[in-house]
Design a protein around this ligand. Structure first.
Ligand code: SF4
Length: 255
C-alpha cells in the first residue's frame, strides 16, 4: 500500500465521521449486551448506554427477563437518558430483545463467530432490520463477536466503498480486501472503519444506488469525481436543450 492510499483512507474516515459521528465497539461482551448497548447509544450516547446496560443487567436476571418485562421497568433503568426520551428508548430496547430471542437471530450470531466470511452480509442485513440499529452499528455488533484472531470483519459494503474511492484495487475477493484493510489502518481503527464504511456503504454508497452528488467524500473519491462530472455535463446538456427548445418555440411564434 502506498502512503497516498493510507492518507486517502485517513481522510475518508475523518470526513465520514463528521457526518455520522462516532460509535464505539464493545469487544468481549455477549452479543445481546452489544445490541442493547447500541440501541441505547444510537439514541442517547455512549455514557447513557453504558450505565443503561449496567443497570439492566443488575435489575434483571437475564435479557430474557428484560424481554418479558414492561417498557416502564426498562425505562426506570435508563437513568442517564433524558426523562422524556426514556419511554421511546425503552420500547425500542424491549422490541429489539423480543426479536433477538427468535431462534433465527441466535443462529445467525453463532454463524458470524464460526462461519465463512461470505455469510457476514446476510447476518448484517438481518441484524439491521432491528428498529433503532443502523447498518454501521449492526456491523459493529458483528465486529465485536468475531474471535480475536479475525480482527477485521469483511463486509461487501466496506470493500465497495474502498474500491470506489480508489484506496483498494478492484477485486471480488474478500481475502484481498481484508489484506488491504490490514495494511491501510491500525488494528485500533478497525472498529471505527467498520462502523463508518458499513453505514456509508448502505446509506449513501449503495450497490446500485449511490448518491455521489450528495456525498461528502466526492471531492477526493475517484469514482465520485467521474460521476459528478458526468452528472454536471448531463445537467448542462439538459439546460442547453431546454434553451434550444425555448428558442425554437420563440422562432415558431415569430413565424
Ligand atoms: S462519491 Fe460516490 S462512489 Fe465515492 S464514496 Fe461517495 S457515493 Fe461512493
Amino acid at each position: 500500500m502506498s502512503a497516498k492510499q493510507v492518507e486517502l483512507v485517513k481522510k475518508l474516515l475523518a470526513t465520514l465521521e463528521k457526518n455520522y459521528g462516532r460509535a464505539t465497539a464493545l469487544a468481549g461482551v455477549p452479543p445481546l449486551d452489544q445490541v442493547v448497548f447500541h440501541l441505547i447509544e444510537a439514541a442517547a450516547g455512549k455514557k447513557a448506554a453504558e450505565s443503561g446496560v449496567g443497570r439492566l443487567r443488575k435489575v434483571f436476571v437475564d435479557w430474557n427477563e428484560a424481554r418479558v418485562s414492561s417498557d416502564r421497568e426498562i425505562a426506570a433503568c435508563l437513568i442517564d437518558v433524558r426523562r422524556e426520551e426514556r419511554p421511546a428508548i425503552a420500547a425500542t430496547v424491549r422490541a429489539g430483545l423480543e426479536r433477538l430471542f427468535e431462534v433465527r437471530y441466535r443462529e445467525q450470531f453463532e454463524l458470524v463467530a464460526t462461519a465463512e466470511d461470505r455469510e457476514n452480509d446476510v447476518v448484517l442485513e438481518r441484524l439491521a432490520e432491528l428498529e433503532g440499529l443502523d447498518h454501521g452499528r449492526a456491523a459493529l455488533v458483528l465486529h465485536g463477536i468475531r474471535p480475536e484472531s479475525c480482527a477485521f470483519l469483511p463486509l461487501a459494503a466496506i470493500g465497495r466503498v474502498l474500491i470506489r474511492v480508489g484506496a483498494v484495487r478492484k477485486t471480488t475477493s474478500l481475502k484481498a480486501v481484508v489484506a488491504a484493510v490490514n495494511e491501510l489502518v491500525d488494528t485500533k481503527d478497525l472498529g471505527r472503519l467498520t462502523y463508518l464504511l458499513s453505514r456509508h456503504g448502505h446509506d449513501v454508497c449503495g450497490v446500485k444506488s449511490y448518491f455521489c452528488t450528495q456525498c461528502r467524500a466526492a471531492s477526493f473519491c475517484s469514482m465520485g469525481q467521474r460521476r459528478v462530472k458526468i452528472s454536471r455535463a448531463g445537467r448542462r446538456r439538459a439546460v442547453s436543450a431546454g434553451a434550444m427548445s425555448v428558442g425554437a418555440e420563440r422562432t415558431f411564434q415569430a413565424e
